[in-house]
Design a protein around this ligand. Structure first.
Ligand code: FAD
Length: 345
């Protein structure tokens, strides 16, 4: 286990993990950590791990009020992305950084960030906070707020001793994103090379087909089906509808258990948390465990043949209908509208 020392000057360390080659997203995470750190006047550092050097990222980070920026290039990071590879690189880097028992390391929320913070917390004998909306610090330690039941309630978790490792969910408004804080003097920048190995011999297999479809977590529209879809034919129809709206396909736990939709697309308490603009719930009853995975800010459109189904209590638009008559009619209507528009333009 690495050595952890205690100082009276805690730092926040923003982990920037180059998962999707998305510089904007990485800069945004650094800004989120800075925003969150602001009231506590803590020093904030950035630790980036990329497969290839990213000078644009370094240059944009240098404009932020960061204490220090360490950019690590690990050319042997495997594809698809493996949390264990990032953890190896980060663990060595944080050990060199002389981790402090009052330090807090923040990764972006998401499957990679969640796994990395859990692994690092185990390695440093620290405390992991998952899916955090907000972190605050006081003499008694750190506390993390996370929303549950689709944002309808908030849970506060306290941990007296660190170091703390948090997966931080982006929550800043568009206005705040448009006006990043800048500093006059560029932050100190250090480039390093590292290996993410040794890798084990296990072959990483990418599964083609459904699993490769648009992820539900980042989709603007999600079309989701439940047990009421009664089979994979129903889901094929939902997929046709999803394609017309550039939407991701989701499902409830029973639909996943039945094999109609991959587990990576399960929405709910034990699945993914989604925050699209519109969530179309078809043949889903609306249990708390399912709704826990849908943001409170999302507009829910529900199609269910039971007028008393609980989903109608939370839906913005409710349609009492059998999906096998309503969905084909909806697809036909969307196609007719689009072709009419194409003819008039
Ligand atoms: C610890 C724990 C974790 C869980 N995690 C999750 C989770 O992550 N995600 C999740 O979804 N569940 C989860 N569950 C399961 C959850 O409790 C429910 O069992 C599940 O959400 C119900 O799924 P459903 O709405 O698809 O099925 P049902 O509750 O069976 O609802 C089916 C709906 O389809 C409607 N229907 C039937 N036929 C038609 C038709 N022809 N046209 C239109 N509508 C029709 C019915 O009226 C009904 O409302 C969890 C449970 C536990 C205990």
């Amino acid at each position: 286990m690495p050595n952890v020392t205690t100082t009276s000057a805690p730092r926040l360390i923003a982990l920037l993990l180059d998962e999707h080659d998305d510089t904007q997203q990485l800069v945004r995470h650094a800004e989120d950590v800075l925003d969150m750190a602001h009231p506590y006047a803590r020093e904030v550092h950035a630790l980036c791990v990329t497969r290839t050097p990213n000078p644009e990222l370094a240059e944009r980070l240098q404009r932020l009020p960061l204490g220090a920026i360490v950019c690590i290039v690990a050319a042997d990071l495997r594809e698809p992305v493996q949390a264990v590879d990032f953890t190896r690189v980060l663990q060595r880097a944080l050990e060199m950084h002389a981790m402090d028992a009052t330090d807090c390391v923040c990764a972006p929320a998401g499957s990679l960030g969640e796994e990395v913070v859990a692994r690092l917390a185990a390695g440093f004998d620290g405390c992991a906070f998952g899916r955090v909306q907000h972190l605050s610090f006081e003499a008694g330690g750190a506390q993390a707020d996370r929303t549950v039941f689709g944002g309808r309630s908030t849970v506060r978790v306290r941990a007296a001793s660190g170091p703390w490792f948090a997966a931080l969910r982006t929550s800043r408004s568009a206005a705040a994103l448009a006006a990043p804080v800048q500093q006059a003097k560029p932050a100190a920048l250090e480039w390093r090379e590292a290996s993410s190995g040794p890798h084990d011999d296990a072959e990483i297999v990418t599964v083609p087909g459904d699993a490769a479809r648009m992820p539900v977590e980042t989709a603007h529209v999600v079309v989701s089906g439940g047990r009421g879809m009664q089979g994979s034919e129903g889901f094929a129809l939902l997929a046709q509808l999803a394609a017309r709206f550039d939407a991701a396909l989701g499902g409830s736990l029973p639909a996943v258990d039945a094999g109609w939709v991959p587990v990576t697309h399960q929405v709910g308490q034990s699945g993914k948390f989604v925050s699209p603009s519109v969530y179309l719930a078809v043949g889903i009853s609306g249990t708390p465990q399912h709704l826990a995975g849908v943001s409170a800010t999302t507009r829910i459109v529900a199609i269910n043949n039971d007028a008393d189904a609980d989903i109608f209590r939370v839906a913005d638009v409710g349609i009492v209908a059998d999906w096998d008559t309503f969905i084909p009619a909806l697809i036909a209507r969307v196609d007719a509208c689009r072709s009419a528009r194409a003819h008039t333009s």
